[in-house]
Structure formats: structure tokens, C-alpha cells
Write a protein that binds this ligand. Structure first.
Ligand code: GLA
Length: 391
């Protein structure tokens, strides 16, 4: 479905819910990370791209003229109502509305003048599939609020406001990658983000010979929240042992010299981050040079490191990567890895465009044979970041 079609559907949903057309509409994309996993909260490098899957939010001023915000989502039954005369607080743990509510709180904290409005959320980003459905919802909400309030935020500031919403309202101590790419993605480009300087750099990727194939394992292990925080804590322990501000400041030699001062698990976590930063910079160079065999090898190495050292993969993600390796370069696959936080969700494969149909068929059939689970596969070009559809 194109973004225009999705916008049209969202407007129809809005009209069905509220009995009138929307006044404003904003959209923000999900993402796949090509490489640079679990590096963002270590001040490292990431190389994601926005995908042609979006969350759209449509809104109109409250019909009763009162200071009340109503939020509906097509994906969920419970509507949420916020009274703007009272302090904004997070809802129950796990509620989808915590993401937009956190963003609304961020705008209010910045002194934005906000009256009541009715809103409808509609999305083609699979929920909980590791494609940043949460960042897409936050960034779509922030883009809508910029339109409603007339208060335009600097892109970095906007991404940070959304990240804070996720920390404070959804209880997920995420890094900055997902919000950055959802705000700043550009068509036919990957985004190399230096998460220390927060400086994003566009890396062109428009070679028609290669495509990125997303394979959703359709498994979601409910471990992510707790395991994610645990990984962050282990990385902090490694920085203390190394005497550095963050793992960004460590290199392989330094790590080996300090190995005895860390427990084995902490050492392996640090080894993943240090090596992943190197791989990410090399992969960005590889993409710039259309050196696909190199980029592909770096993706496989990233997966092995996430599986063995960082331990955030799962048998289903490993199965996709093994199948990709079996198909090999002769069959059209240059590389493959898990993408996102891990423990389920999606893998991403770098595939020759003329082999996409055959590779997709083979991966789907073989994955289902091995796991008894039907995967979902799609190809996406690098898409643009958040946009106003109606303002
Ligand atoms: C999740 C987080 C990101 C990032 C990835 C792992 O998607 O939201 O900030 O840490 O995991 O790379």
C-alpha cells in the first residue's frame, strides 16, 4: 500500500470514528537497521534506513471545544482520553497510547499551546516486529503536534523528545537510532548516525541491482524489555573496567589488555560493541562504493557477533540467516542478519534484485519447514522520513 493510499484509509477511519473529516494528518516510517546493532546507547555508529511502512495519525479540533484529547487506534479497541487541565501521566504498562501521550507531554513541557483534539492512528508497520512501530508512532505524533501547534522542532530535538517519551512513558530505555531514522530518513539513502555527536550523514543507496529483503520471523519473545536493560547495564560495567566514558572509546587491543578485569560475559558484550562499530563504518564505505560482497560479509559477521557475544538472537532468526547462507552469493544473497533489538522480530537480507522473487520463495518455504511458522517477507527501498500529509 502506498503512503497516499494509507493516508486515504486513515482519513476514512477518522470519519468513521468521529463523524467528520480530519483537519491534519502526519506520517512517520518504520525502519530496518542494515548494520550497527546495540551500538546506539554506547555512543557508537548505526546505519538504518526508513522503510515504506508508515504510521499515520489524523486529527481535528475537539468537536465540543473542550480541552480534551481523544486517541483511537485501528489496531486496538481501547480509546484514550486526556484532560488537558490535569497533569499528563503515563497510562497502564504496555498501553499503546503511552507513546503518543509521552510525546504530548514533551510538547507541553516545552510550553506548547495545545487545545483539545480528536485523533485516529492507523499503521502498516507490523506491531512488535522489530521494525520500530513505537518510534513511528512517536514521530508521527510529534509531526502532527508540530502542525497543530505551529511549533517546529529541530530534527535532532524532535527525535530526542520522542526518545524521552519512550523512556518515561513506555519504560523502554532505548537508544536514539529508531527516532533519528524515522525523523530524518531520506529516499534512496541510508543514514549513518554517529550517536555521540548525534550527527547524521546520508549514504546514497540507489543501486537498482541490489535490494533489501525484510524477513519477519513472526516470533516475539517477551524478553526484550528486561534483556535490553540488562545489556545496557553490562556495557556500563565494561566501560568502568576499561576506564572509558563509553564503549565508543574502546578498541580491540584495549579490550584484550583489560580482559582479566571483567567477567567473561561482560567481556563478550563489549567485544560485540567494539567490533560492531568497526563493521558499521566499513559497511557504510562499502555501500558508498557499491561493494556488495563486503557489505554482505559484514552483515553475516554482525549476526554471528549478536548471536554469540551479545546473545540477543533466537533460533528463528538464526534459521533465516542459515538459509540465506545456504542460498549463498550464487543464489543472489550477499548477506543477512537479525535487525533491531533481537529475540525475534525481523532479519534483513541484501539480495540481488533479479533474484528477489526466487530468494523470497526459498527463504519462506525453508523457514516454514524448519520452524513451522509462516514468515512475512517484503522488499523496501530506503524511504523518506516523517511528513505532513494534510496541514
Ligand atoms: C531497539 C532500540 C534501539 C537500538 C536497537 C538495537 O530497536 O530501540 O535504540 O538500541 O534496539 O540496536
Amino acid at each position: 500500500m502506498t503512503l497516499d493510499e494509507l493516508g486515504h484509509q486513515t482519513a476514512q477511519q477518522f470519519a468513521r470514528t468521529y463523524g467528520r473529516p480530519p483537519h491534519w494528518m502526519a506520517a512517520a516510517p518504520g525502519r530496518v537497521n542494515v548494520i550497527g546493532e546495540h551500538t546506539d546507547y554506547n555512543d557508537g555508529f548505526v546505519l538504518p534506513m526508513a522503510i515504506e511502512r508508515y504510521t499515520v495519525i489524523a486529527a481535528a479540533p475537539a468537536a465540543d471545544g473542550k480541552g480534551r484529547i481523544q486517541l483511537h487506534s485501528t489496531a486496538s479497541n481501547g480509546a484514550v482520553s486526556l484532560d488537558l487541565s490535569e497533569p499528563v501521566k503515563p497510562g497502564p504498562k504496555g498501553a499503546w497510547s503511552n507513546y503518543p501521550v509521552g510525546v504530548i507531554a514533551g510538547f507541553l513541557d516545552r510550553g506548547a499551546k495545545l487545545g483539545g483534539f480528536d485523533a485516529q492512528v492507523h499503521s502498516t508497520v507490523p506491531l512488535g516486529g522489530g521494525l520500530s512501530s513505537s518510534a513511528a508512532l512517536e514521530v508521527a505524533t510529534a509531526t502532527l503536534l508540530e502542525e497543530i501547534t505551529g511549533q517546529q522542532l529541530d530534527p535532532v530535538d524532535k527525535a530526542l523528545l520522542c526518545q524521552k517519551a519512550e523512556h518515561d512513558y513506555a519504560g523502554m530505555p532505548c537508544g536514539i537510532m529508531d527516532q533519528f531514522i524515522s525523523v530524518m530518513g531520506k529516499r534512496d539513502h541510508l543514514l549513518l548516525v554517529d550517536c555521540r555527536s548525534r550527527r547524521p550523514e546520508l549514504v546514497p543507496m540507489s543501486d537498482p541491482a541490489m535490494a533489501l529483503l525484510v524477513v519477519n520471523t513472526n516470533v516475539k519473545h517477551e524478553l526484550t524489555g528486561g534483556e535490553y536493560a540488562k545489556r545496557r547495564a553490562q556495557c556500563e560495567r565494561a566501560t568502568k573496567a576499561l576506564g572509558v566514558a563509553s564503549l565508543r572509546d574502546a578498541d580491540a587491543d584495549m579490550l584484550e589488555r583489560t580482559r582479566r578485569r571483567m567477567d567473561e560475559v561482560v567481556y563478550r558484550r563489549a567485544r560485540h560493541v567494539v567490533s560492531e562499530n568497526e563493521r558499521t563504518l566499513l559497511a557504510a564505505e562499502g555501500v558508498r562504493a557499491s561493494n556488495w560482497p563486503t557489505v554482505g560479509q559484514l552483515m553475516y559477521a554482525s549476526h554471528a557477533s549478536l548471536r554469540d557475544d551479545y546473545e540477543v538472537s533466537c533460533p528463528e532468526l538464526d534459521a533465516v540467516v542459515e538459509i540465506a547462507l545456504d542460498i549463498g552469493r550464487e543464489g543472489g544473497v550477499a548477506g543477512c542478519r537479525m535487525t533491531g533489538g533481537g529475540f525475534g522480530g525481523c532479519a534483513v537480507a541484501l539480495v540481488r534484485t533479479d533474484a528477489v522473487a526466487a530468494v523470497s520463495e526459498r527463504v519462506a518455504a525453508e523457514y516454514e519447514r524448519r520452524t513451522k511458522i509462516k514468515p512475512a517477507l517484503f522488499v523496501s527501498r530506503p524511504a523518506a522520513g516523517a511528513t505532513v500529509l494534510k496541514g
